[in-house]
Design a protein around this ligand. Structure first.
Ligand SMILES: CC(C)(COP(=O)(O)OP(=O)(O)OC[C@H]1O[C@@H](n2cnc3c(N)ncnc32)[C@H](O)[C@@H]1OP(=O)(O)O)[C@@H](O)C(=O)NCCC(=O)NCCS
Length: 359
């Protein structure tokens, strides 16, 4: 058992868990640099003034651990990063290498969850845990989070270069914990993945009003979409509020631009409260996109994630910890295979090999 197990008072070890104060800003920026060098995808974290302002405004609520000298040695934050104001992200988990494996992240997790429920108007919490190790996933599972999606190849390996913690791009697993249940939230089920989605909601005890889209539903001419390009992660995201007949063309244009800009991943998020979600999924499947999972209440409505990596995905290094995450990863991998393997050459014996679609 770690020396920081829940029953040991943390002050006995010269450590102090607390809400961030202005005077912690330089030390916190230095901790980001110790772990990520200059590669953290939101470079503002290196700016002490930004950290102070973000905490004053409440866009980020940082919780930290100081050692006996007042130096910040661990950090975890609640961040307002989702389109839905009632969702907060548990993010930016950092523990100084000298203090790892002693339970600090999990102690901060307990504090942050208690604060989210007590002090912030928050209906749901989510987190994206990197999958080059299992520590964040374990800590989140211990805090009552459930895994619901994989974002394959989401983070560049350069982010982990300083710690030599990955060879290729790193996947993240999306985990959520509902603080205020929303059983009446309408969720249209894409037919191709209806069983996986309802199974996931059932296993996590999350209730919804599931709806089946009407076959042959007429689509508007024009889709309502928002494109976000994130060069620091090499990712382009498209959020689709409503799919129209032009969706395939729109996505194709965004994908071409992403390729020419050297992006590694294109993600599409579909609003599941609109009945056009099924038509959108079918159009994306035909365009080579594959299953990612569900981001519950990310848009206030649930969001369905489909994804495409623009080169061969790094499945080999994905560490899925819980049995739910392992099952989900299998679904993701099988669907990647469906989307990418157009012909299976079966003869002669022992030389069967998949033939992948050219980009
Ligand atoms: C990930 C990181 C924050 C973990 O901090 P930590 O204080 O060492 O983590 P903890 O000791 O609290 O352990 C967290 C969980 O992982 C488990 N764990 C710890 N070391 C482990 C190991 N070597 N192997 C497997 N599990 C381990 C713990 O038992 C704990 O699970 P529990 O709460 O069910 O007991 C730290 O390694 C770090 O800063 N890494 C670099 C940045 C990073 O990857 N951040 C995460 C972004 S999502």
């Amino acid at each position: 058992m770690s020396f920081l197990s829940s029953h040991a008072p943390i002050v006995d070890h010269g450590l102090d868990l607390d809400r961030f104060r202005d005077e912690d800003a330089s030390s916190l920026a230095a901790l980001f640099r110790t772990i990520y060098g200059n590669e953290y995808p939101s470079p503002e974290v290196y700016d002490p003034d930004f950290l102070i302002q973000a905490n004053r405004k409440g866009t980020t609520c940082s919780y930290i651990c100081r050692d006996g000298t007042g130096r910040v040695v661990a950090h975890l934050a609640l961040v307002r990063s989702a389109p839905f104001d009632g969702a907060m992200e548990v993010a930016q988990g950092l523990v100084h290498p000298a203090y790892r494996g002693t339970g600090l992240l999990s102690r901060l997790m307990e504090l942050v969850i208690a604060e989210a429920a007590r002090s912030h108007q928050c209906a749901t919490l989510f987190a994206t845990a990197v999958c080059n190790h299992v520590m964040s996933q374990r800590s989140l599972a211990g805090a009552g989070f459930s895994d619901s999606a994989f974002e394959i190849d989401y983070t560049p390996s350069r982010l982990f270069a300083k710690e030599r913690a990955s060879r290729g791009r790193v996947a993240t697993v999306f985990a959520f914990r509902s603080l205020k249940p929303a059983p009446e939230l309408p969720t249209y089920l894409p037919q191709a993945y209806a069983a996986v989605i309802t199974g996931m909601f059932q296993e996590t005890g999350t209730q919804r009003r599931f709806l089946h889209p009407r076959p042959g539903l007429p689509l508007p001419d024009t889709s309502v979409t928002e494109v976000t390009d994130v060069p620091t992660l090499d990712v382009t995201k498209i959020t689709v509020a409503c799919a129209g007949r032009d969706l395939a063309d729109r996505v194709q244009q965004v994908e071409s631009r992403a390729r020419s800009n050297g992006r590694a991943v294109v993600q599409v998020l579909l609003d599941m409260s609109t009945p056009t979600v099924d038509a959108a999924v079918e159009s994306l499947r035909a365009a080579g996109f594959w299953f990612g999972g569900v981001l519950p209440r990310y848009l206030n409505a649930d969001a369905f994630l489909m994804q495409k990596t623009l080169s061969t995905p790094n499945f080999d290094e994905v560490k899925a910890d819980s049995s739910a995450a392992k099952d989900l990863l299998q679904v993701v991998q099988a669907d990647w295979f469906r989307a990418n393997v157009s012909v299976m050459v079966t003869a002669p014996r022992d030389s069967a090999r998949p033939v992948t679609r050219s980009p």
